[in-house]
Design a protein around this ligand. Structure first.
Ligand code: NAD
Length: 366
């Protein structure tokens, strides 16, 4: 069997603390022949300290050569005043761009043991399992012109351009339909076709893509603002939601917070399948940042990072049984009442990062 090449970029703040728990799982899996080969690099503030750049060319090459990149978190007050082009986040943006990661996958799963800690009522949230597929490399965040111009009359004009081409909508909706086939077979596409031309095209192309290749999947269309409302009204009506970069940014944050703490939320960003090998470039990262307020204290929740590794097993290596059992191990540890501080509630047992990671590993191996 060919080695499974993982490139680990732990980054700053709590990134390395959370990644340490994933390394234990990788080591345990290697003992039973999983064949992971890992290399480590620097990204973010630590890379800036070492080379004056948010990621070095050598590490970029390693990221490009890997089957998957595991990313911790970057940033912190120490680097708040470094030049804009070498700020910590520039490392992540460079990775997304050079690996052409156009599909961002954010699951929102409500673990039964945490259903009481959501801001929504338990019956609305219990058993929730939705996946938001956000277009990540196009739309208004990248469209040109993008500028502030001086109108010469004491006024300025800020311009961003929302632009999508057919192929961008085809490929992101293809990812959503394919993922839906492995789940409940239902896609809801969200745009604003009532007021945006790009929304009209989005709707048209998703419909055509569905008709041409994925008519076995149930497809619904919803205006993105109505979608936001429905997400907090009755989120269990959704399976996979596909949407553009801007709406996806907001809707995925709304969906994420349905399930509680930032420390629980994984994500995956995928590129196009390679023409020869069929493998997609991929980067897996927790949704949270480097949490400088708790870094170094041993209290960070490692679940988002571990669940990101579960996504890596599922999407980059097709290790579905292992991914299922790692996710089940997380749920089982929560059922046992173990909590890191961010998800602590009355009657539960508070544990630190290492103890949480060890408990999940023990359940995973059991
Ligand atoms: P943050 O996600 O780092 O923290 C927000 C709050 O959530 C903090 O109170 C933090 O303690 C808590 N939190 C986050 N993750 C946690 C975990 N795993 N366990 C327990 N508590 C957790 O967001 P922020 O405070 O806005 O940003 C801090 C730094 O991280 C900034 O430099 C920001 O630019 C950077 N950031 C990086 C990324 C990334 O690397 N992808 C994402 C967001 C923010």
């Amino acid at each position: 069997m060919a080695a499974r090449k993982l490139f680990l970029l732990s980054g700053d703040g709590i990134g390395p603390e959370a990644m340490a728990e994933v390394k234990k799982i990788i080591a345990a899996m290697n003992k039973t022949g999983a064949g992971f080969e890992t290399e480590e690099g620097l990204v973010g503030g630590c890379a800036y300290d070492a080379h004056g750049k948010a990621i070095s060319e050598t590490d970029m090459e390693k990221a490009l050569a890997a089957d998957a990149v595991l990313f911790g978190a970057v940033g912190g007050p120490k680097w708040d005043s470094v030049p804009y082009e070498v700020r910590p986040e520039a490392g992540l943006l460079r990775l997304r761009k050079d690996l052409a990661l156009f599909a961002n996958l954010r699951p929102a799963i409500c673990y039964p043991a945490l259903a009481d800690s959501s801001s929504l009522k338990k019956d609305i949230i219990e058993g929730l399992d939705i996946l938001i597929v956000r277009e990540l490399t196009g739309g208004v965040y990248f469209g040109e012109p993008k500028e502030i111009i001086d109108l010469g009359n004491g006024q300025k004009r800020g311009i961003d351009t929302q632009v999508y081409d057919t192929f961008e909508i085809e490929r992101i909706s293809g990812v959503a339909f394919e993922l839906a086939r492995t789940r409940k077979n239902h896609v809801t596409s969200m745009e604003k076709r009532n007021v945006m031309k790009s929304g009209v095209l989005w709707n048209e192309v998703v419909t055509q893509t569905h008709k041409a290749k994925y008519s076995d999947v149930k497809l619904d269309h919803m205006l993105a603002d109505a979608g936001g409302m429905q997400l907090v009204r009755w989120p269990k009506q959704f399976d996979v939601i596909v949407t553009d970069n801007l709406f996806g940014d907001m809707l995925s944050d709304v969906a994420a917070m349905l399930t509680g703490s930032l420390g629980m939320l994984p994500s995956a960003s995928l590129g196009a399948p390679d023409a020869k090998t069929g493998k997609r470039k991929a980067l897996y990262e927790p949704v949270h940042g480097s949490a400088p307020d708790i870094a170094g204290q041993g209290i960070a929740n490692p679940i988002a990072m571990i669940a990101s590794f579960a996504m890596c097993l599922r999407y980059s290596f097709g290790m579905v049984a292992e991914a299922d059992s790692l996710e089940a191990a997380i749920a089982a540890v929560l059922d046992d009442g173990l909590r890191t501080r961010d998800i602590m509630s009355a009657g539960m047992q508070e544990v630190g990062t290492t103890a949480m990671g060890d408990a999940i590993l023990a359940k995973f191996l059991a």
